[in-house]
Design a protein around this ligand. Structure first.
Ligand code: ATP
Length: 671
């Protein structure tokens, strides 16, 4: 017996016990070796006239013998001589494939897709096998040899028999340890287990991977069968190609029909609906790769659960490296499914991940750009589909802005759709800004749990009455997103001229045929129910100031009656028809307070409270009643009215009075 070199022994031990996290990948490694061997012979036949083979015959075969616990991976590739067996399999970390690649680097072109590079993959067989035999006959030689080892001390090489060129790798599979934590080795001796592994890791290997599979058929009806004959069925075995070979992402988009993409999507990503969009591209440069991405037509049920795993499948030379490579997708595009395939990425030795995150980052950046521009295209050219997309996945985009504290707003803000109270449909922020009257200075929004209710709220109707649109936000995350964004940079708005002379000059220029001037403007996002909207005209402001001055004692009395429910009571500059409304000062709006309160831990942690203001409409008859009660010194009435106005203003916002019984009693008392 020849002994493994000492270093090799250590390495072998490392291989078997630590390099791989997943034992099942041994099959991927052995099939990749077989594919390399076939590829090398194919390459030779293309470059050497003496090598006469029919490339249609090149194939890999997987078979098993349950009774003897053997699994065999055969190929009719280039094979190995005794010396090559010694060099390639006797020395760990010697890669004949890497050598082949280097030797043929110049003439190689696109005709080969050699997978091997480290010279270790073969030994992963010992993770599942107690003994490995390799029977090989080099192309052009009439001798065969067998390499054999138990993966511990050493190996033997002896003459053997093989009818034609190629290699059989015969594994004696370890005994199954059974039980829940057992190794499940028996799966490597079963048709479905092997088929699944081939499909999972080696589906796109360029050469057919054949296996005898069991099929079911109806037996022919006997000639003498009468009407009582019951059809009989039988199992039979047939050699089948298990892998689908050509990776669809390597084909040009123009060569593939959408229905084929749809089929691929559905079968690969287990969806029953067609994807909403298919994005395929080929990147060239320092890092060459193909990518095929899908935007699903519906949200998977677990998208917003913590079990949901984002990621794209990463392939290298048609072999699966990682099922879900999370680094390839930002969180807000976590719904995208697809594949990235690159022969250029530097794999780590177990071929389970990459050595360099820099490469992943470069791919991820490009992938993100492609997704964004595809979404923009859908938004601009197929609004109906985009609305559906946004319904499914918009929450993630909003959350992306919020969780990055607005840093991702530049990338994501234009992908948002929001409901316009004026247009009564979903609009983008750019569309909102474009439709604004020239004097509008901010983007207005209201936030609550139903569009219906919001559109009737006095703070909303007040702003609408001034001719300004209001966005009605109804999702939990909406207002948090808007606060994180703070503002939106609208591009190409009609220029606003501060002084008349400049405006007239510009108008004249346009009349003379010049293009109207445009400008970019940063618009603050303002909640119509918080702070000062600064919408009142000079006259309105003056009226409000006067009413405030004249009724100071009334406001003090009402504030005293309401206690710490409100920060203050004041004259409103935003109400038109309603007698009163609740607004807030500071960053926390009523709606945000309500969303935060839904978190059960909020109360215990000392929930921040919004600073509420009871605003009164000085033009409303109710106000006159308050004034006369105050003049009459009727403190009881002021208290009753203050409480009622406060509760009903909250009711309009969809917030129940803190003490509904007291509220009902007050209404009765008034009646
Ligand atoms: N079926 C085969 N036919 C011909 N040569 C083979 C076969 N399997 C392995 N070899 C040779 O043995 C060498 C070592 O194989 P091994 O799987 O350990 O490494 P590799 O494929 O070169 O690299 P990697 O570790 O990246 O898979 C290969 O480079 C190849 O030259």
């Amino acid at each position: 017996m020849r002994k493994f070199k000492t270093e090799s022994k250590k390495l072998l031990d490392l291989m078997i016990n630590s390099i791989y996290t997943n034992k099942e990948i041994f099959l991927r490694e052995l099939i990749s070796n077989a594919s390399d061997a076939v590829d090398k012979l194919n390459f030779k036949s293309l470059t050497d006239n003496d090598v006469d083979i029919d490339s249609a015959d090149l194939a890999i075969r997987v078979s098993f013998d349950k009774d003897n616990r053997t699994l065999t991976i055969s190929d009719n590739g280039i094979g190995m001589t005794a010396e090559e067996l010694e060099k390639n399999l006797g020395t760990i970390a010697h890669s004949g494939s890497q050598e082949f690649k280097t030797e043929n680097a110049e003439s190689q072109g696109n005709d080969v897709d050699i997978i091997g590079q480290f010279g270790v993959g073969f030994y992963s067989a010992f993770m599942v096998a107690s003994r490995v035999r390799v029977v090989s006959r080099a192309f052009g030689s009439d001798e065969a040899n067998m390499w054999e080892s138990d993966g511990l001390e050493g190996y033997t090489i002896e003459p053997a028999e093989r009818a034609t060129h190629g290699t059989d790798v015969i594994l004696t599979i370890r005994e199954d340890e059974g039980g829940e934590d057992g190794e499940g080795f028996d799966a490597y001796l079963s048709e479905w287990g092997l088929k699944n592994l081939i499909k999972q890791y080696s589906n796109y290997v360029r050469y057919p991977i054949q296996m005898m599979v069991t099929k079911h058929r109806q037996k022919p009806t006997p000639v003498d069968a009468d009407e009582n004959y019951q059809p009989e069925w039988e199992d039979y075995q047939e050699l089948d190609t298990v892998n689908s070979m050509t990776p669809i992402w390597k084909k040009r988009a123009s060569e593939v029909e959408q229905k084929d993409y749809n089929e691929f999507y559905k079968s690969t990503f287990h969806d029953f609906e067609d994807p909403a969009r298919t994005i395929s591209f080929h990147a060239e440069g320092t890092l060459e790769y193909d990518a095929l991405l899908f935007i699903p037509g519906r949200a998977p049920f677990d998208l917003y659960s913590k079990d949901y795993e984002k990621g794209l499948s990463l392939y290298s030379s048609n072999v699966l490296i990682m099922e879900k490579c999370a680094d390839l997708l930002p969180d807000y595009f976590n719904f995208v499914r697809g594949v990235v395939d690159s022969a250029d990425v530097s794999l780590n030795i177990s071929r389970e991940t990459l050595q360099q995150n820099r490469q992943l980052r470069a791919i991820a950046k490009r992938v993100e750009k492609k997704i964004s521009s595809d979404l923009e295209d859908m938004r601009d050219n197929d609004r109906e589909a985009y609305e559906k997309f946004f319904e499914n996945f918009g929450r993630g985009l909003k959350y992306g802005i919020y969780s990055s504290y607005g840093m991702k707003a530049d990338e994501l803000a234009d992908l948002l759709l929001l409901y316009s109270a004026k247009e009564q449909k979903m609009v983008t922020l750019a569309e909102y800004a474009k439709a604004m009257p020239a004097d509008q200075k901010a983007i207005y929004y209201a936030s609550g749990d139903s569009r219906e209710r919001l559109s009737k709220m006095p703070v909303v109707t007040g702003v609408l009455a001034r001719g300004y649109d209001v966005l009605l936000l109804t999702a939990d995350v909406d207002e948090f997103t808007f606060q994180a964004m703070h503002s939106y940079k609208a591009q190409g708005l009609p220029k606003v001229y501060e002084d008349d002379a400049a405006r007239e000059a510009a108008e004249k220029a346009v009349a003379d045929g010049a293009e109207p001037e445009t400008e970019d403007r940063t618009l603050e996002l303002k909640n119509v129910a918080t702070g000062d909207l600064d919408l009142a005209t000079e006259d309105e402001k003056k009226d409000a100031e006067e009413a405030t001055k004249e009724n100071e004692s009334l406001f003090t009395a009402m504030k005293d009656a309401l206690g710490d429910k409100v920060e203050k009571v004041a004259v409103s500059a935003r109400l038109t028809d309603a007698p009163a409304c609740i607004t807030t000062e500071g960053p926390l709006s009523l709606e945000m307070e309500r969303v935060l309160r839904r978190d059960p831990s909020a109360e215990a942690e000392g929930m921040p409270k919004s600073q509420r203001v009871l605003e009164l409409n000085a033009k409303h008859p109710v106000f006159k009643k308050l004034v006369s009660a105050n003049e009459a010194g009727d403190a009881e009435k002021i208290k009753l009215y203050a409480g009622l106005l406060y509760d009903q203003a909250l009711l309009v916002e969809g917030i129940l009075p803190e003490d509904p019984v007291a509220f009902a009693a007050s209404v009765c008392e008034l009646m």
